[in-house]
Design a protein around this ligand. Structure first.
Ligand SMILES: [Zn+2]
Length: 122
């Protein structure tokens, strides 16, 4: 590897801060559990069903976002570890260099484009 990893380290740290903020905002805006909301409406009225469905849907979308954010956070941490180990920018699968354009778009990429496509196909 002969690329300068420092700009990528900076990009990763900035992205990490952004994702962590998003996760904490997500958690702060949704205190309590979905069970409380459902219990509140059940058996008392027939015109609150729509509200309950909307609340449930919103929670599911947020939950998915939270999961993705958590996954990205893990990938960012792994990339920062690879910088420290001196293996950053190398495909973890085949050991070839990851294209700089790919690293610029996804600084946390751990696979070269070929292996990433293979992984997508399964
Ligand atoms: Zn590869």
């Amino acid at each position: 590897m002969n690329i300068d990893v420092e700009p990528f380290r900076t990009a990763l740290l900035e992205e990490r801060a952004r994702v962590e903020k998003a996760i904490s905002t997500l958690r702060a805006s949704h205190p309590g559990s979905i069970d409380d909301e459902v219990e509140e409406f059940s058996g008392t009225s027939d015109n609150h069903i729509g509200d309950t469905a909307t609340a449930t849907l919103g929670r599911e979308i947020d939950y998915t976002l939270g999961e993705n954010a958590g996954q990205v956070l893990g990938e960012i941490d792994a990339a920062l570890r690879r910088i420290d180990e001196g293996t950053y920018g190398t495909c973890v699968k085949c050991g070839k260099e990851i294209a700089p354009e790919r690293l610029e778009a996804y600084p946390w990429a751990s696979l070269c484009i070929d292996d990433a496509r293979k992984a997508e196909r399964g």
